[in-house]
Ligand binder design. Sequence first.
Ligand code: PEP
Ligand code: MG
Length: 592
Amino acid sequence: MALRLLKGVPVSSGISIGQAYLLGEDHYCLIPRQNITKELVSHEVERLEQAFDRALEELKKVRETIPVEQSEHVAILDVHIMILRDPKLRSTTKRYIEDMHLNAEWALEKGVAEIERKFEAIDDDYFRARAQELRLLTRRVKNQLVGNPEPVKPITSRVILLANNLSPADTAELDVSKIMAFATVQGGRTSHVAILARTLEIPAVVGVEGLLSSVEDGQIIIIDGLKGQIVVGPDDEELTKYTDLQYQFEHYRKEVMRHRDLPALTTDGHRVQAFANIELFEEVSAVFDYGAEGVGLYRTEYTYLNRSDLPSEEELFEEYRDLASILAPRKLIIRTLDAGGDKIGQGFEYLEEDNPALGLRAVRFCMRYQDIFKTQLRAILRAACLENVSLMFPMISGTSELRQAKGILEEVKSELRSGKIPFGEEMPVGIMMELPSAVMIADILAKEADFFAIGTNDLIQYSLGIDRTNRFVAHLYQPLHPALIRSLKCIVDAGRKQGIEVSMCGEMASDPYCLPILVGMGVHCLSLNPQSIPGIKKVLRSLSYKECAALLEEVLQSDSVTWNNKLIRETIFKKFPDELMFYSSMLEREEE
Ligand code: PEP
Ligand code: MG
């Protein structure tokens, strides 16, 4: 039954009113690489030929519907038809099926990548533009191959995007400038679509049951990213109410921006650093726009997604070096590849795993694919000639893993040395603290790492046993759970004892409710999505270290999340009515 009011998990604040755009299930599906038997080769070639023919027919039909006065559009379609007819594209792809026994989808990826490389190598804008068109066309053929004959609808105006799920690979392919808000059926507060929405400062609600059956494509809807609600087909009264709330929220956001360049300092002079988390090179401008003092987490996996090949050392080196030089003298902490889990690039071997989150992820993935790891390490080390670069390893579970990763780093260093290639000998090497096993031996790890960065998204997932992408357990995401508070204290104390810096780069760092506890604990640096920095600075600048430390003492004695939330709301958050109104998701969940 179609519902008028849908509920989900609010993951990015704000109100958006606009037209729904439904993204089909298979729209951006990732196709696994498969090796086919010799007997299936001719069948696979036939499948490929048919997909090409059907995509060609489809394009011709589209061309016929375009009015003649839109001559530019017609001309583009003619070029596309020409490319699809080009025997070179078909024969290159066919070769991958015949010679390497690959499935048609994967052969198509390989064939297109090969031609693309040739186009891109020609120093001419015309050929570069052709390479992009080729990629778009491949989608059309791929849709035919996977039995989804719907042509890809281009997003032409600003819309609210609704989907079952959006993986990092999907979101990286979208023209985000056209998206006003997101809502998905799957997902939780720290799933990647949530992080992206906060980075883009657009409202988002995830874990919405019945979303795709209750909303029609093109229908007007309201996304309430404050309360986690979606109003389908609003009446006049609802439109007025939400337009008003939208105005109030925008006003708050502008007001908060006044704090962006002020130091993150409590009323009694306790200093905390405010760094940014970024995942795309382009986000570097946000670091400056929102007053970040450095980049505490650069998630490097995005460079590996949405491409059929792997980035070369040179490409990675240029990316890291450019980022470091734009940021200098601000720090740049590059995290090595955290692939696996829901971050699977097409250039990686496809592995069927029952529990990807407990599988070959992050540093474990890098240990299996040491060539990929070493290429990245070489690039990071070379970029570290700029002294503001540090490296950190994700998902370290214990000393053996850390020593193994550092061992490979040393191998790469000696290779660079013997090749007389300059690199940063003194580059600091830290680790993400995001597994309960690492917490238990934080004192030991602190002796072998130059710094700690606490990844609460995973630490909560693995400590409380809740899949961060599973909507049915999203309500159990509880950063103020006594077990988590004790874990954090254990990490911070171990860091302090050893004299190393402890930062936090999980989403908890951008939650104003958790801030007093983190300040009281003595976390040195908070690394958060850039857009949350001014708001966090505003709250921090009205707190005193003394009151935060006292609050922490009380929280450490507490036996429940409910009590912790109550304590924080009643002692400190009375002072912040705006934050209560606009970031009340945690309290609401408690009241439910
Ligand atoms: C974390 O786990 O908290 C973190 C920052 O890393 P990611 O969200 O990329 O797993
Ligand atoms: Mg993590």
